[in-house]
Ligand binder design. Structure first.
Ligand code: UN1
Length: 507
């Protein structure tokens, strides 16, 4: 595994860093097992309270320096981080694939998202625009400025072990913030690799120690971050359960959070759809990343007149899927992250059956040569009703539910009829349906697509969703504003002091 060497990963790694420096911690050891072959890849030492506090103090101190760098200078450093990622795309993509279990192409794709967000952030560093306003008072000027906020906590999930961090970090840095990252304890080595890559660039540019911090650990470290008043913004990706707890803790201290939580994404397949296109979109959306994206397609809402035909096509396509080692590019579907995820998958299939679902493609765990890790499962399809509790719930596995509709209103109501609101799509060539779906009376999700599946969003748009998805937006568009504080300035260049609203206060 030469990629580990290329990424400076040791069998045992310190897990707490302020940039180039690594701190000795008495925290627990976290072992990383690959779901690809079940083997132990390495370990990291989690942060203990003492090293955690040292890191946050350093991040606060570094903020005071970093915020004084002109934003385009910060952007230049981020440009170089993008360049370094280009150099390391191959080994880092492989590590993502091996540690997390997604296909090699998707591993590379994830590193590409990191590169893309760096490019985006470089341009952004010259475009942190505020508005100017006309004052109601004579010889006065009003405008707003966006100032850096402070330390940004980033809590990321195993399924996008590096890209989601980069969406946050690249933006936070050009905005003048420092970052403290807690990667998922299921993919700790990805965090180590990225830390090394960024450290080289930061060192060369004399970026203060503390701008890019890493604190490995489990839930307790996440809790320290969410309660920590030194961290004005916490950006967290993960389950709705985690997000609800974190949100309460951050809100209780009136901090800010960006939440990117669960999805329960559907594609509506209209009678006017290009069915071949719909098939591809549904297939990648449902089985890509073994159903472990927040944007994974979990429900297909199919028009009754094309239902049987589409179902047959889908069943046939599932029959052709190759499940196996994700580093082998001939395979379509890799493993789930670990055995706990496999247990949840099996339990969900059981619950679906009990609640009345009818499986048209059966699930199951694969065994035998190549499947020794016990994490490879069969993507499955069930006909179900939208109101089954299991259908209302996000199961992070390749289980796809099919349902029928008659009218477009009914289809949209089904699509919206879940607690989550991340991604949605309609496959149709009918312009009226498409526009209705995108209208204020259409999809209630943060992402709504026409003739594209639910997953695979580009970094240029704001990424995130409504309802139990948490409401946060990351990545493109003006998502950067969440990482800054807005200040309204009024300047009087007259010789008088006129008051607003025409108030007179003469002596
Ligand atoms: C996630 O699953 O947390 O749209 C992020 C997509 C990817 C990002 C998914 N660009 O599927």
């Amino acid at each position: 595994m030469d990629f580990l060497e290329k990424l400076s990963i040791q069998p045992a790694n310190a897990g707490v860093s302020t940039g180039s420096e690594w701190l000795k911690s008495k925290g627990e050891r976290i072992d990383s097992y690959s779901p690809v072959d079940g083997l132990k890849t390495g370990s990291v030492t989690a942060a203990d309270e003492h090293t955690y506090n040292q890191v946050i103090d350093k991040a606060v101190k570094a903020f005071h320096e970093w915020r004084m760098w002109p934003a385009p200078k910060r952007g230049e450093v981020v440009r170089q981080v993008g360049e370094a990622l280009r150099t390391f795309k191959e080994p880092l993509g492989k590590l993502v694939s091996y540690e997390m279990g997604k296909s090699l192409q998707e591993g590379y794709g994830e590193v590409q998202e990191m590169i893309d967000i760096c490019d985006f952030a470089v341009g952004l560093s010259r475009q942190l625009y505020g508005l100017t306003m006309h004052s109601e008072r004579p010889l006065h000027r009003m405008y707003e400025q966006w100032h850096p906020l402070g330390v940004t906590g980033i809590i990321s999930a195993f399924n996008f072990p590096v890209a989601v961090w980069s969406w946050n970090a690249a933006l936070a840095w050009v905005c003048g913030n420092t970052t403290v990252w807690k990667p998922s304890e299921k993919t700790p080595l990805c965090g180590i690799a990225v830390q090394h890559i960024v450290a080289t660039v930061f060192k060369k540019n004399q970026v203060p120690e503390g701008v890019n911090c890493l604190v490995q650990g489990g839930r307790n470290v996440g809790e320290w971050i969410s309660h920590d008043t030194r961290i004005p913004l916490v950006s967290a990706t993960g389950s709705t359960r985690m997000g609800k707890a974190l949100n309460v803790a951050v809100a209780a201290r009136l901090g800010r959070s960006i939440l990117e939580l669960g999805g329960n994404n559907a594609i509506i397949i209209s009678k006017d759809a290009d069915l071949d296109m719909a098939l591809l979109g549904a297939l990648f959306g449902a089985v890509g990343t073994a159903g472990q994206r927040c944007t994974t397609t979990r429900r297909l809402i199919i028009h009754e007149t094309v239902y049987e035909n589409f179902k047959q096509k889908l069943v046939k396509a599932y029959g052709q899927l190759r499940i196996g080692n994700p580093l082998d590019t001939a395979n379509h579907v890799g493993p789930l992250i670990d055995k706990d995820a496999v247990a949840l998958y099996l339990q969900s299939i059981e619950q679906a059956r009990e609640q009345g679902a009818r499986f048209v493609v059966e699930g199951g765990v694969l065994s035998g040569p190549g499947y020794e890790s016990g994490c490879y499962v069969k993507p499955c399809i069930a006909e179900a009703s939208n109101d089954f509790p299991i259908v209302q719930h996000e199961t992070f596995a390749p289980i796809l539910y099919l349902m029928q509709y008659r009218t477009i209103d009914e289809a949209i109501a089904l699509q919206n009829g879940v607690p989550q609101g991340l991604s949605s799509a309609i496959m149709t060539l009918n312009m009226r349906e498409a526009e209705q779906f995108l209208s204020h009376a259409g999809s209630d999700c943060g992402i709504a697509n026409i003739n594209i599946g639910t997953s695979g969003a580009e970094i240029g748009g704001a990424f995130g969703g409504e309802k139990e998805t948490g409401g946060g937006r990351e990545s493109g568009s003006d998502a950067w504003k969440a990482y800054m504080r807005r200040q309204t300035n009024t300047i009087n260049w007259s010789t008088q002091l006129p008051l607003a609203q025409g108030i007179r206060f003469d002596l």
